[in-house]
Design a protein around this ligand. Structure first.
Ligand SMILES: NC(=O)c1ccc[n+]([C@@H]2O[C@H](COP(=O)([O-])OP(=O)(O)OC[C@H]3O[C@@H](n4cnc5c(N)ncnc54)[C@H](OP(=O)(O)O)[C@@H]3O)[C@@H](O)[C@H]2O)c1
Length: 277
């Protein structure tokens, strides 16, 4: 890996859950897949599964709670891949259930905001030159139907914290970012869409939250794959899907002023200019 003729995809959080399903399916469909997570053993197992069906894969490790590691991941991808046709920002941590305690990363950023949203923002912006040079290319942000409007006076959730609030705020942030980025990338051949894959798939984060699974990983995986590689999504951008169907997100996602505020805050936290460099 990589073979010149194959398209290249990066799937964050593909050592487990629906990300793993998607990475393995892309590998079976002939993509070169960059598998990402934190656990080298689980990463090697996914790479081996893809290799066993004749696909190409490699594992890159990065803890997305750390923005320096996110920058390192972007640099490793740019070094390892001559092109990038698909970026799926899938890695995430769940609500953690009713007992979840507020956590921050080393820079003081609330953990779910940092991992679920800010890391994807920073990674995408750093990989944009490669994606643009590889156009047509697609970005898929794996969000959720669980969305909560961001209180810009308390984005770090210092008051009234709950794991559910932290999770749903981070998921709406991903959608707001997707809508803004799609506008900024109009005419470049790089599309950006986001989705709720499926409700309570049987994955680690759902088990950890103490919820009973309702959907299969395959169901959510197929919804992600539709946006990632199906002709249905070709040339389409700035959309939110619930499973396989286009849907409407929380109203804050359609508030350009709120989106601009989030973009400014994210650029500042990620140490990027407003243009994302
Ligand atoms: N499950 C659902 O029903 C559901 C519903 C709606 C949306 N979603 C979204 O779907 C995505 C995948 O969820 P899932 O249910 O498949 O979760 P999962 O099985 O818990 O897998 C999460 C993945 O993210 C990675 N990850 C977590 N924290 C990380 C960090 N700090 N740095 C780097 N990687 C990290 C994990 O890597 P490690 O192997 O290193 O832990 C793992 O590969 C998430 O964005 C989630 O919000 C899920």
């Amino acid at each position: 890996m990589p073979q010149q003729s194959r398209k290249i995809a990066l799937v964050t959080g593909s050592t487990d859950g629906v990300g793993r399903f998607v990475a393995e399916r892309l590998g079976a469909d002939g993509w070169d897949v960059i598998v990402h997570g934190r656990d080298a053993e689980r990463g090697a197992a996914v790479v081996a599964t893809i290799a066993a069906v004749g696909g190409g894969a490699r594992f890159l490790s990065a803890d997305l709670s750390d923005l320096a590691a996110v920058r390192g991941l972007a640099e490793q991808v740019a070094k390892a891949a001559p092109r990038l046709d698909l970026l799926i920002n899938n890695a995430g941590i769940g609500s953690g259930g009713s007992g979840a305690k507020r956590q921050i990363n080393a820079a003081g950023v609330e953990l779910r905001f940092a991992v679920n949203y800010l890391a994807g923002f920073a990674l995408t912006m750093r990989l944009l030159p490669l994606l643009r040079a590889s156009a047509p290319a697609r970005i898929v942000n794996v969000a959720s139907i669980g969305q909560r409007a961001i209180d810009f006076d308390d984005v770090m959730l210092e008051r009234g914290y709950s794991g559910g609030r932290a999770y749903t705020q981070s998921k709406l942030a991903q959608i707001m970012f997707s809508f803004d980025l799609a506008q900024r990338l109009e005419g470049t051949g790089v599309t950006v869409n986001c989705l709720h894959p499926a409700t309570y798939m049987a994955t680690t984060m759902v088990r950890e939250a103490g919820a009973t699974p309702w959907s299969t990983v395959e169901e959510g995986g197929q919804a992600i794959l539709q946006l990632a590689q199906s002709p249905v999504a070709e040339g389409r951008s700035g959309l939110y899907f619930n499973g396989l169907a286009e849907a409407r997100a929380d109203s804050q996602a359609y508030d350009a002023e709120a989106r601009a505020k989030l973009w400014g805050l994210s650029s500042q936290l990620a140490g990027l200019t407003d243009e994302g460099r």
